[in-house]
Design a binder for this molecule. Structure first.
Ligand code: FES
Ligand code: FE2
Length: 400
């Protein structure tokens, strides 16, 4: 903290202790939520979906972070662009609803119309000298990497080259550029967004809360057991002739985006995340067989990607208000895979649906407890090392 910065928020952040859960005010204070928005969501890269959600020109989706609504649209030229969902006349929201197809975006208020690239095409009864070119929708930086769409609200986005290389070397092996969204599910959560993300990044709760996940994934075994299972998985991956990139770069200290791309094993004999561990969809990308592994990617404040050999899951968290957020899951399969013929949608989505429903319950339980005036942050367990790392990074981002 700078000696001149005496704001109560800065003092609150500086007063957090390493190895402990956060104070109640970090979840409850609307001013803290505004700082979270400024330092995290308006500064970092955010995954907003998959390009297969916009197969044709005119297709669009919308997404919202703390009141900032964004339209992501495929233009006539085939390019995917992002723009603020805010009319340049008097600010009305242009698109309601999550997704649609449009030839142009018409403002419901006074009827200004915008092209798919955000340019202002018509503005009724405006003076002859009105400068349309100066009133395009505000654009938001947008990148598509291996089919995954990212946006950054920042004027100067954080350095992303190492992320792009890692996603190309990891998701590229899984064929995510040639995948499609088979199912989407959203979960409104009555909790501050941090309680939801903190829950995602630790697996201390996995065995009590997620028996289904814990039967398949070996993430919470003692370290020597994990090392042995991971070594066996890596040998199977090599035997398939595949090398999946990994990178742990969990810092934004030098203006770089934080990413952790790591791999871990399923239990012996488990092929994928399905009800009984058996294959659930056609193999993807370079995978000609099952290596019994998972590639897991944590990116910036609230984007998570999970890749199995035969399907993938995009996990996104969107803050709404200081004590509400939303979780969105997108299940990916090979682009040519058809439900009913190549996969069973129930079986495909079973594991992460049941896991997310349980997570929503636990996160909301936690939010109710943390709202108590008698709540005191407790010590983190060694198995919550990943959460500790996330919290240290978060506190660095919102400090001073
Ligand atoms: S607010 Fe959009 S046209 Fe007036
Ligand atoms: Fe969980």
């Amino acid at each position: 903290m700078s000696p001149l910065d005496t704001s109560p928020l800065t003092a609150l952040v500086a007063g957090q202790r390493t190895g402990q859960a956060l104070d109640r005010a970090l979840y409850m204070d609307p001013a803290m939520f505004e700082r979270d928005m400024q330092r995290l969501f308006l500064r970092h890269w955010l995954c907003v979906g998959h390009a297969s959600q916009l197969p044709n020109p005119g297709d669009y989706i919308t997404t919202e972070y703390g009141g900032e609504s964004v339209i992501i649209a495929r233009g006539k030229d085939g390019a995917v662009r992002a723009m603020l969902n805010v009319c340049r006349h008097r600010g009305a929201e242009l698109c309601a609803g999550h997704a649609g197809t449009a030839a142009f975006f018409a403002c419901p208020y006074h009827g200004w119309t915008y092209g798919l690239d955000g340019s202002l095409e018509s503005a009724r009864h405006m003076p002859a000298d009105f400068d349309r070119a100066a009133h395009a929708l505000k654009s938001v930086t947008c990148r598509v990497i291996q089919g995954v769409i990212f946006i950054s609200f920042a004027e100067v986005p954080l350095e992303f080259g190492h992320v792009e290389a890692t996603l190309n070397g990891s998701l590229g092996r899984y064929g995510w550029a040639n995948a499609r969204v088979a199912h989407r599910e959203t979960y409104p959560i009555a909790a501050n967004w941090k309680l939801a993300v903190e829950n995602y990044v630790e697996c201390y709760h996995c065995s009590p809360s997620h028996p289904e996940y814990s039967k398949l994934h070996a993430l919470e075994q003692p370290a020597p057991r994990i090392a042995k299972l991971n070594a066996a998985m890596e040998a199977r991956t090599r035997a398939l002739g595949i090398e999946v990139a990994t990178l742990t770069h969990w810092t934004s200290a030098n203006g770089e985006e934080a990413i952790d791309c790591f791999r871990y094993a399923l239990y012996d004999g488990i092929s994928t995340g399905s009800p009984d561990g058996s294959p659930v969809a056609p193999l993807m990308g370079d995978f000609t067989g099952y290596d019994g592994g998972v590639t897991s990617i944590h990116l910036g404040p609230a984007s998570f990607l999970v890749a199995y050999a035969d399907h993938g899951v995009i996990y996104r968290f969107m803050p709404r208000t200081h004590d509400t957020c939303e979780m969105e899951l997108l299940w990916l399969v090979r682009a040519d895979a058809e439900a009913g013929r190549d996969f069973d949608l129930e079986a495909l989505t079973w594991l992460w649906r049941i896991t997310s429903e349980a997570d929503k319950r636990i996160i909301e339980h936690t939010a109710r407890g943390v709202r108590s005036r008698f709540y005191v942050p407790g010590p983190l367990a060694p198995m919550e090392a990943n959460e500790q790392r996330y919290l240290e990074w978060y506190l660095g981002e919102v400090a001073g």
